[in-house]
Ligand binder design. Structure first.
Ligand SMILES: Nc1nc2c(ncn2[C@@H]2O[C@H](COP(=O)(O)OP(=O)(O)OP(=O)(O)O)[C@@H](O)[C@H]2O)c(=O)[nH]1
Length: 301
């Protein structure tokens, strides 16, 4: 049984008590110049690699959207290709570059992401640099009847790949938003009511070179919400709630309907070369979800 007050040993003594030991006098070099650079030792390592790097890197960023900027927290994947005769890349240079960009006041745009990927490739002395940045994008949403506003967010991402030998860059963008979907079958067969659910719409689109002015976040968001039974809102008073409830009843959607209607909107957007759409409904009458997907390449038709 403890008696109070306790007379504590010093912090150093406490650490020793719990098993800490002093560092040994090692034989391996401690200066960088004397350490073996395993990654850069040339040998035939059997295969070149498409991508090697780091993922799940969380970092604050400033995003530019047209005239406005937004500070948010992004999750990065940073990578480069790797030639056959090098064992590895120098991974510390990936986060080193991120820190450097951050201190230089980096504002994320499609163009600056392409430049970032190009710099990664050059810093790593490899042909290709790649990155994916994923973050919550916040936007203002007004209630349909009272006009009261609040902030919503969608998960968005941009994936960039730059080949420094051919100077080719590819850019794809994506967005996930949740919406209301009301079951057409339930509406059809029931004397009253219809079950509805929270649908998760995910879209990914590869953009053409000339898509610089394309407001992709807003366009993808509109494609998902305008084809749903009803969009979601942060603030709803009674007149608003009546409006969205009736709106959902007027626009019943299966997951198949959602994906086809969104595909039609993306098909009509010229800056998009190919796309993927998925709708996943968290069913309220089942434990399982309902899903539908489509991938479509306009140039392959
Ligand atoms: N290539 C590679 N590196 C790894 C792996 N796992 C950990 N590392 C990293 O190895 C790193 C050592 O960094 P390097 O960038 O090679 O260090 P360096 O050679 O002193 O760096 P430079 O001066 O830029 O050449 C640490 O940052 C570790 O994170 C791995 O699976 N592959």
């Amino acid at each position: 049984m403890s008696t109070y007050p306790i007379t504590l040993p010093t912090k150093e003594e406490r650490h020793k008590l719990f098993g800490s030991v002093p560092p040994i006098k090692g034989t391996k070099p401690t200066e960088k110049e004397k350490m073996i650079d395993l990654q850069n030792t040339p040998k035939n390592f059997l295969f070149a690699l498409d991508a090697v790097g780091i993922s799940n890197v969380k970092h604050p960023v400033v995003i530019q959207d047209g005239e406005t900027t937004q500070a948010t927290i992004a999750t990065f994947e940073l990578s480069t290709s790797l030639v056959q005769d090098r064992k590895g890349i120098n991974m510390s240079r990936l986060t080193e570059q991120l820190d450097q960009y951050h201190h230089e006041g980096w504002v994320v745009t499609n163009e600056s992401l392409i430049q970032f990927a190009r710099d990664l490739a050059e810093r790593m002395e490899q042909a290709e640099g790649q990155l994916t940045i994923r973050y919550p994008w916040f936007f203002s949403r007004k209630a349909p009847a009272t006009g009261l506003s609040g902030l919503m967010n969608a998960e968005v991402w941009q994936t960039v790949s730059v080949n420094t030998e051919t100077d080719e860059a590819t850019l794809s963008v994506g967005l996930t938003i949740n919406v209301t979907t009301l079951c057409p079958c339930s509406k059809e067969i029931s004397e009253y009511s219809a079950h509805n659910q929270r649908g998760y719409v995910t879209m990914e689109a590869s953009l053409r070179d000339e898509a610089e002015e394309f407001n992709w976040k807003q366009e993808l968001l509109d494609a998902a919400e305008s084809n749903a039974s009803a969009p979601l809102h942060p603030v709803l008073k009674r007149p608003d709630e009546k409006r969205v409830t009736e709106m959902a009843y007027e626009n019943p959607r299966f997951v198949e309907d959602m994906v086809r209607l969104i595909a039609a909107d993306l098909y009509e957007m010229d800056p998009i070369a190919s796309f993927f759409v998925e709708c996943r409904n968290e069913e309220t009458i089942h434990q399982h979800d309902a899903i539908a997907r489509i991938t479509f390449d306009k140039d392959a038709q």
